[in-house]
Design a protein around this ligand. Structure first.
Ligand code: DGL
Length: 270
């Protein structure tokens, strides 16, 4: 049918927008689980159950490939879903690995032993649940040595963005950056490890300072999807139109999505 893109809320739209730019003829089905958002304060088991249910719903609607455009879901649910086995002909992929490959300057699928990389001090900003999972550090350790990661659980930022309270989101971003800088005064690079955070990218950059390279997932995930679809052309589906589904209130979600992406995005009930 089309490529499925899942997030707990609006954050995955940052990834979807980059995918649409990179692959203008590809159709997508976006699924935002607003009714259960935020995921980042839930238990791993809870996140697994919700993510698996949403992914199965996208598979049942005919999406052969589902991208978890959510770090919290990628950290807490992806490995378990893959280990438990996915239905024949279906695939689910996350957003972590492409980002870490970009940070460690690796090509897709380069499984050579971990090696030294340019960045030494990395600041990671993510939801409390992603930080607690240590999934980022685990994936990084497979690819790089000698990198010091300081992680900041950014409580409250996703809720503020979903509520459209950008003043609160701004204040929270600044206080989370300050808290991290007390523990790591001079990060070389910062990872925005939640797909909602690119909506606050300039606030993060401003609070971190111009000399800190900020990595966000949208572009790297879009490039890696383009590469994947070139190698697996049967996963693109036949659909021509992109659809936006939400478990929340479609009118409210349409308004926020339109405001963030600065173009009309019409959500319908999932
Ligand atoms: N966009 C999700 C992520 O990348 C936000 C998770 C949440 O709902 O807290 O982690």
């Amino acid at each position: 049918m089309a490529v499925g893109v899942f997030d707990s809320g609006l954050g995955g739209l940052t990834v979807l927008a980059a995918m649409q730019e990179r692959l203008p003829d590809q159709a997508f089905v976006y699924y935002g689980d607003q009714i259960n958002s935020p995921y980042g304060v839930r238990t791993p088991d809870d996140i697994y159950q919700l993510t698996a249910a949403a992914t199965h719903s996208l598979w049942e609607q005919g999406c052969d490939l589902v991208i978890l455009a959510c770090n919290t879901a990628s950290a807490a649910a992806l490995r378990r879903m893959q280990e438990e086995g996915v239905p024949k002909g279906k695939r689910v992929l996350g957003v972590f690995v492409p980002l870490i490959e970009a940070l460690t300057e690796r090509q897709w699928g380069d499984n050579s032993p971990p090696r030294e990389v340019d960045v030494k001090n990395v600041a990671l900003f993510a939801t409390p649940s992603t930080v607690a999972s240590r999934a980022f550090q685990r994936e990084l350790a497979f690819r790089a040595i000698g990198v010091d990661v300081e992680a900041q659980p950014c409580g409250g930022v996703v809720d503020a963005i979903e509520d459209g309270d950008m003043m609160l989101a701004d204040a929270l971003v600044r206080s989370h950056v300050e808290a991290l800088k007390r523990r790591m005064p001079n990060p070389h690079a910062a990872i925005l490890g939640c797909t909602h955070y690119p909506l606050m990218q300039s606030e993060f950059q401003d609070a971190l300072g111009a000399d800190v390279k900020v990595f966000s997932q949208a572009q790297v995930v879009a490039d890696s999807l383009a590469d994947y679809l070139e190698r697996h052309p049967n996963m693109t589906g036949q659909a021509k139109e992109t659809k936006y589904l939400t478990t929340g209130d479609p009118t409210k979600v349409t308004m926020r999505a339109t405001q963030f992406l600065r173009r009309r995005i019409e959500f319908i009930a999932a």
